[in-house]
Design a protein around this ligand. Structure first.
Ligand code: GLU
Length: 380
């Protein structure tokens, strides 16, 4: 059976929606609140239908440049950082206003490159995002442009959105753009340009096509969208480029609107586990009691109470081996604690963690999303 055309939002539960500056901010540097209200209506509908949504929104520099009277084209880095600071507060406010109409809480998260590239920081960002989704808030994410300098920034929110999708194990990444997908050539200058509905493999030909088209307000363009699609699809997250230059863009997409779909390779959980299983650098060992082994096999996280012994030298975010009571390696995972902290917490019930450590810690030793079990193939 051939696949239906378009993209089924309905079939994807956790969605990351990326909004580019050119959609949200006019050339006058003001937020297009009518458009944003439409987007919020779409988000509210999906949210009400049980979907989890995260928004990665650009716009802080464009908005803030207008507020501070900075000419973006001539501005120095410090000016752009200042613009981002003034713009971000307005951007966040606009989202809260638009989502608040529907009784939805927006929650601002500003990320730097380190937050997704460094495993310790990755666990922090992921923990917070996960908790926000449990509270049914909608995270509104941007790069922390105020502290990011050229060498240490993503620079474009397409790739940031893909990293966020990977971080939260999203099922789909929707890149709202000023065009409705990828074309074989630039549709603005070439009437022969053909729309590509689906990309099975991101090969050199696809990358070359992306090089042809560029939007001029945002720093992204098609090239970074294709790079984003590569990151996300490898993490098991389907990626869509669709038009945001219309009212109610998610509604239009759900109704079969034209777009380019990059299908995911596997599921987010399977891809995360494959990655974990293949990591060569294992830094330590946690020996588990039988109760913990059973809990993991049932798909739960590893709690400190089930750990009887800690060995090796590891930090939070490092990969550790999990041993059963007979000393057999049953799996591996990312440690939420260092070896020293884990040692203090062995056998400790979750409510005793704060007393043992002297500060409020995390309730799990290894989160179930960061865990792979060998042989049994359960946990996920
Ligand atoms: N983070 C930048 C901003 O909010 C935008 C980056 C991009 O255009 O992708 O202005």
């Amino acid at each position: 059976m051939s696949r239906p055309a378009g993209f089924s939002i309905e079939a994807h539960r956790r969605l990351v929606v990326k909004v580019g500056s050119s959609l949200l901010v006019g050339r006058d540097g003001l937020i297009d609140t009518a458009w944003l209200r439409g987007l919020a209506d779409d988000i509210a509908l999906l949210h009400g239908g049980g979907h989890e949504l995260l928004v990665v929104s650009s716009g802080s520099i464009a908005i803030g440049s207008n507020v501070l009277g900075i000419d973006k084209r001539r501005a120095r880095l410090e000016d752009l950082q200042a613009a981002a600071a003034a713009g971000q507060v307005r951007l966040a406010h606009a989202y809260q206003d638009a989502l608040g109409v529907h009784g939805i809480d927006a929650a601002q998260i500003l990320l730097t490159l380190e937050d997704t590239e460094n495993r310790r920081r990755f666990l922090n960002a992921r923990g917070t995002l996960g908790r926000l989704l449990e509270h049914r808030a909608v995270p509104v994410i941007n790069e922390n442009d105020t502290v990011a300098t050229e060498e240490i920034r993503y620079g474009d929110n397409d790739r940031l959105a893909a990293r966020v999708a990977q971080l939260v194990m999203a099922d789909a990444l929707i890149l709202l753009s000023d065009v409705d997908g990828l074309y074989s050539a630039d549709p603005a200058s070439n009437s022969e340009a053909g729309h590509i509905a689906e990309v099975a493999v991101i090969d050199a030909a696809v990358v070359a096509m992306a090089g042809e088209t560029r939007s001029d307000i945002g720093s992204g363009g098609m090239a970074t969208k294709v790079q984003a699609a590569r990151i996300a699809t490898h993490a098991g997250c389907s990626t869509v480029i669709s038009s945001g230059a219309i009212d109610r863009p998610l509604h239009a997409l759900a109704a079969g609107g034209r777009c380019t779909v990059f299908r995911a390779k596997g599921t987010p959980a399977a891809r995360r586990k494959q990655w974990l299983a293949g990591v060569l650098e294992v830094r330590g060992e946690l020996s588990l009691d039988q109760g913990a082994v059973a809990a993991l096999e049932a798909g739960n996280s590893l709690l400190p109470v089930g750990v009887v012994r800690v060995a090796g030298s590891f930090r939070r975010g490092d990969v550790v081996t999990l041993l059963d009571p007979a000393g057999r390696e049953i799996g591996r995972g990312l440690a939420e604690y260092s070896d020293e902290e884990a040692g203090r917490l062995t056998g400790c019930r979750s409510e005793q963690i704060e007393k043992k450590l002297g500060y409020r810690g995390r309730s799990v030793m290894v989160h179930r999303d960061d865990l792979v079990l060998f042989e049994s193939g359960v946990a996920g």
